[in-house]
Design a protein around this ligand. Structure first.
Ligand SMILES: CC(C)(COP(=O)(O)OP(=O)(O)OC[C@H]1O[C@@H](n2cnc3c(N)ncnc32)[C@H](O)[C@@H]1OP(=O)(O)O)[C@@H](O)C(=O)NCCC(=O)NCCS
Length: 101
């Protein structure tokens, strides 16, 4: 779990995130780990909302969000303030999960 250090329309918030060495891709580990993190955040910490975001081009990460059943509203997508506008990773998708869902 991470607290994003930039300001956006959805901050302050808590982010669930993942990164695996390539040799461990394709085994379900990111999704399994994220499920545990989300359950901990809601049940043990008492968070009301957890978000996840990634560059629009990061299809593997978006696939993890979709597998987790996190909700995506196109109107929530945003330009990452720490990345230059002409950088391919600038445009981000935002996914949100509410504790009551
Ligand atoms: C993002 C990232 C963690 C995703 O890894 P991933 O391996 O695609 O995702 P998972 O660990 O959830 O694995 C899912 C895959 O494992 C497969 N799988 C194999 N055995 C499985 C099992 N027992 N249970 C579940 N899934 C299994 C799934 O079918 C799926 O395959 P697919 O991608 O061909 O559809 C990885 O690409 C990464 O570290 N990228 C670099 C860092 C990064 O971009 N991080 C995000 C920054 S915001």
């Amino acid at each position: 779990m991470n607290i994003p250090k930039f300001q956006a329309h959805f901050t302050p918030t808590f982010e669930v995130a993942w990164r695996l060495a390539k040799e461990f891709w394709g085994k379900g580990y990111a999704t399994e780990g994220a499920k545990k993190g989300i359950a901990y955040g809601f049940q043990e910490v008492g968070l009301r909302e957890i978000v996840s975001f990634t560059a629009k081009v990061n299809l593997r990460s978006i696939a993890v969000m979709e597998r987790l059943g996190i909700n995506h509203a196109k109107g929530d997508d945003f330009e990452h303030p720490f990345l230059p506008a002409n950088y391919p990773l600038h445009r981000h998708v935002l996914y949100r999960l509410n504790s009551l869902e």
